[in-house]
Design a protein. Structure first.
Length: 362
């Protein structure tokens, strides 16, 4: 790997001598490395190297175009804000396709800390502020210039249709193991699909959204724990604002990890939900419609069921999409998300009440 990293660094004209590299294993799709160079007169300089998963992102050049548009826009509008900068190759591109067809990009490394899970409600509120702010900053960005890099990425109805079609085909012979999960998803299929159907019919505003609002996609200052920058811009596309909210709370308000196998520890934490809602809604409430606000909880439920369906589907077709750390990892992930979805449903009225209270009283 050292030789690969070294040769990629050369393509991006990184000066100095490659000193060390470490894999960052948080993502489920791309491969990311923190790479340190020793440079004359500068000392140690850190970069982020990423190999984009081209099975998932079939047109990676389009992703880079999207990212370029969005980061340039933010950079121009808010020149003092930290943004991601991508390095150019000799031929002036912000990516490099190696001989083995691997797609590489190199950006600045922002010294920071991220939170996978935290009990600190003020960090959770700040995460909400960061994603809400991100959406606000892009409110006047022309979304029509963005490519839809993964078509129907958050089209819950289609995701569920795919799941049931794959369960029918059952290429790995695993469908018999997941009958209970399929039955549950079938029982909530209409409810979980509702918003995506309304969105497709043009009844819900089409906004520029992040589409992967996990808490660890916000970088925080190590000392002050204030948000510095929102990262992972691969899935920036037109979408539903409330799904960004929902995706964030299904991750941050989980009392356990996203892939917890001990389901007795998996709950949807209402205090964490309130903290995130305060941060997010505080930033976006004047731009969201009443209908969007009224459906934030349904969106949280829907995207949780959607992700469960995506994990379950990947399990059924033989684990080809998400990186797995052990056999059955996708099934564990799916069960965890389903447990969470059920708990959101149990707390549905309380969560809606919290949203109303946050909108009125902050
Ligand atoms: C994937 O690789 P990562 O962690 O950024 C996935 C998201 C899922 C997430 C679940 C392009 O994101 O949609 O919510 O895993 N990204 C893609 O952890 O499918
Ligand atoms: Mg991502």
């Amino acid at each position: 790997m050292f030789e690969t990293i070294k040769s990629i660094g050369e393509k991006f004209r990184i000066p100095g001598k490659l000193y060390s590299f470490d894999a960052i294993t948080l993502g489920n799709i791309n491969s990311t490395y923190k790479v340190i160079y020793q440079q004359e007169n500068v000392g140690f300089q850190t970069y982020l190297f990423q190999r984009v998963n081209t099975v998932v992102f079939k047109e990676p050049v389009k992703i880079m175009e999207n990212i370029d548009h969005v980061t340039s826009f933010i950079c121009k509008k808010y020149p003092n804000q930290i943004t991601l900068h991508f390095h150019h190759t000799d031929s002036g591109e912000i990516y490099y396709v190696a001989e083995d067809d691997c797609f590489w990009r190199v950006s600045n490394y922002v010294e920071s800390v991220t939170f996978n899970s935290t009990e600190d409600l003020s960090v959770i509120e700040s995460t909400g502020e960061a994603f809400g702010n991100f959406q606000m900053q892009l409110a006047d960005f022309d979304g029509s210039i963005l490519h839809e890099t993964i078509p129907d990425f958050h089209n819950t109805k289609k995701r569920l249709d795919v799941l049931f079609a794959d369960a029918e085909r059952d290429v790995c012979g695993r469908a018999c193991e997941v009958k209970a999960e399929l039955d549950y998803i079938q029982s909530v299929r209409a409810t979980a699909s509702e918003l995506s159907i309304r969105f497709a019919n043009g009844e819900i505003p089409n906004r520029v959204t992040h589409n992967d609002t996990k808490a660890n996609n916000v970088l925080f200052d190590r000392r002050t724990h204030r948000p510095l920058v929102v990262i992972d811009l691969d899935t920036i596309m037109p979408g539903m604002a409330m799904y960004d909210f929902g995706d964030a709370v299904r991750f941050i308000a989980n009392t356990s990890e996203e892939d917890e196998s001990d389901l007795s520890t998996v709950y949807f934490d209402t205090a964490k939900f309130r903290a995130f809602a305060r941060g997010f809604i505080g930033k976006v409430k004047d731009s969201l419609t009443q209908d969007e606000i009224d459906n934030l909880v349904l969106a949280s439920f829907s995207i949780t069921v959607e992700l469960a369906a995506r994990f379950l589907d990947d399990y059924l077709v033989g684990d080809t999409y998400f990186k797995c750390k052990y056999p059955g990892h996708n099934l564990v992930r799916a069960r965890c998300q389903l447990k969470l979805a059920k708990d959101i449903m149990n707390k549905y009225d309380e969560l809606n009440w919290i949203v109303r209270d946050v909108v009125q009283n902050g």
